[in-house]
Design a binder for this molecule. Sequence first.
Ligand code: CA
Length: 523
Amino acid sequence: MKRKRLYSLSISLLGLAALIACWLVVPGYTVKKAEAPPPSRPNIVFIISDDHTSQAISSYGSKLAKTPNIDRIAKEGAILYNNVVANSICGPSRATLLTGQFSHRNGYKLNEKVFDINQPVFTEELQKNGYQTAWIGKMHLGSLPHGFDYLNILPGHGHYYNSDFVDSNNKTTRHMGYVTDVVTSLSTDWLAHRDTAKPFFLVVGHKATHREWLPAAEDLGAYDNVTFPLPPNFYDNYKGRLAAQKQDMSIDKTMRLPEDLKVHVDYEKNGTYNRFTPEQKKPFYDYYETKISKEFDEKKLSGKALVEWKYQRYMKDYLSVANSLDRNIGKLLDYLDKSGLSKNTVVIYTSDQGFYLGEHGWFDKRWIYEESLKTPFVIRYPGVIKPGSRVNQVVSNVDWAPTLLNLTGTTIPAYIQGESFLPVLKGEKKNWRDQAYYHYYEYPQPHHVSPHFGLRTNQYTIARFYGPDNFWELYDIKKDPQNMHNLYGQKGYETITADLKTKLVQQIKKYEDDEALKILESN
Ligand code: CA
């Protein structure tokens, strides 16, 4: 540790000497104009929400939502347009964040499993490099992993109102209030009481915007005056896509009126609602029971009118929950500004995966299709990442751990399967990997999405579905970003298909996904 500190001191002295040399040599150059070099070990605030998708973020082009604080991070740093995940569900995404490994390697393939804490996690490397580490809020791993000096996490999904939190000593405490506010205040409390002699890595894990979308009292009705346009493929007939024909995740058939849309909720028996205080229950009940449920009863909807009513309600609830998320990101950014931390702190905002907002008629995630494969990712690093940077290269959440290690000058251990994309963020590396590997497993519950693995390249997605049905899909993302036209087996695509299959086998072998290899070899 001491050696590392001495090393960074000598680097700083060298930097200072270089500045003075410039000042002496270059006419008109003054030290006053030069900015201080970025610290060799910056702090990191890593904000990760749940199911919050790019289509709901204005800096990604959404006209549906206002997200000024996420947009601020993007404007002051970089926005990534092709950050994909390796397995598009909650727990596995976070297990990949911690290990820098694909699900087949870290063992956490399905939600509601227990993350094996006897495996290394990248935050242990940060600790060895002198960092203090903390994770506050949603983690969803079913266990308390090593590598954190401080944990205060939601058990499972937690609750939107008055959620329990479990700390590093496995002690459970109920925190009254709205969970997004509570996670933020626990985070700023931790920052205020941290050991200021050390740099820090803090994960702020939000429950928002996970199902069942309970807004904070101040956001109830926030979108009541908005009518959301139906996505062009809302009434998708799934032609040429067998797995899509068999899924159970549509707004029409799967989305539930009471549990998801709060129509005639049982406030006494349901564990989500019977933890409300009378003060919390009143505005919620007045809005959902007295206003929305009454409106629903009076309309006596059926067919398309019912589906479209559900879609409108879904959008209003989802975006109202997102309002609180963005507002709380703003609170955290303000805290960093006021405490003088902003200039030495990398701020990242991301989600565990993307989500469907009515595209294909769906909610939820899971698919290698664009909306759920990609996840929002914005990063601000003053002095290192140029403000307003737009990154189009395909990177993956398997690359997050090595990138964070690289940002902090920490050695990347051999067990990590991803690669640091810090050079990409700096605009330095021209020959970055042009594909990302994907493997989804969870079947048949909860949504009957067939397991599949595949590749997403700059232009194409190729996927091999298996389980009940064995078949391939191929999409030209540039021509068909909605993944509506399966080109597999179509005339004119023989060469590109063969090429992508070769690349897929190479990646499967590189990452040692033996299960996928066996499936390919068996038929
Ligand atoms: Ca999720």
